[in-house]
Design a protein around this ligand. Structure first.
Ligand SMILES: O=P(O)(O)OC[C@H]1O[C@H](OP(=O)(O)OP(=O)(O)O)[C@H](O)[C@@H]1O
Ligand SMILES: O=C(O)c1cc(=O)[nH]c(=O)[nH]1
Length: 195
């Protein structure tokens, strides 16, 4: 199995759950993808870094940095920056966007990489309404980054967040690695095989 297939299986096994869940937007859903269980696992972090890096390179984006809204983006950002060193394809720095500006110290909203004018990729683990991704894009632009692409690990198509994200991205492509439907199908397949 390739890295993308392995990552899909991990998400399906570790992160996907059926049930009644309240979402960040205030909506409800009959399923949830707790991506952090995957992106913070040793194997999942490794695969996440490789799969995102591969997508970034295949699209020819060549960003100076990758970043996103804490905390869904946190493990993805670190995984990609480490993978960029290990793969020797050119280093990609990391930054995180706080939900609100820090009130003491340097009073930062953006933590980590601070190369104003640099090309960056914005990431999140899940895109539902797109509100979190949109906040990260807006904060990155306000800081002085140029957003060259936007990525999420799992896109929940039924929530129809894509048009809003694409509008905020202003022409930068929005790429999802998986749809939640793909994760659900793999989850059901693996459950069936385990019986
Ligand atoms: O597309 P949206 O409607 O914004 O929903 C998706 C967001 O929800 C989750 O974060 P959450 O708000 O639970 O916060 P957390 O990362 O701090 O746990 C997830 O990590 C995404 O960032
Ligand atoms: O919309 C959300 O809050 C959300 C959905 C989901 O499946 N996973 C997640 O981490 N957040």
């Amino acid at each position: 199995m390739n890295h993308r297939g392995e990552l899909l299986s991990l998400l399906a096994q570790k992160s996907f759950a059926l049930g009644q869940f309240k979402l960040s937007s205030g909506g409800t859903s009959d399923y949830y993808v707790d991506c952090r269980v995957t992106t913070l696992s040793a194997a999942g972090a490794h695969l996440t870094g490789l799969v995102f890096l591969n997508e970034i390179r295949n699209r020819g984006w060549n960003p100076a940095a990758i970043g996103g809204l804490t905390m869904g983006a946190d493990p993805i950002v670190t995984a990609v920056s480490i993978a960029s060193v290990l793969e020797g394809t050119g280093e990609i720095e990391g930054f995180l966007v706080r939900k609100a500006e820090k009130e003491h110290g340097m009073k930062n909203r953006i933590e980590g990489f601070k190369g104003k004018g640099s090309r960056v990729v914005i990431v999140d683990d899940v895109c539902t309404t797109g509100s979190s991704t949109i906040q990260a894009i807006a904060a990155a632009r306000e800081f002085g980054f140029e957003v060259t692409g936007v990525m999420c690990l799992v896109e929940r198509l039924e929530a129809m967040g894509r048009p809003a994200v694409e509008s905020e991205a202003g022409g930068a492509p929005f790429v999802s690695v998986f749809t939640s439907d793909e994760v659900r199908v793999r989850h059901v397949e693996l459950k069936g095989a385990a019986k």
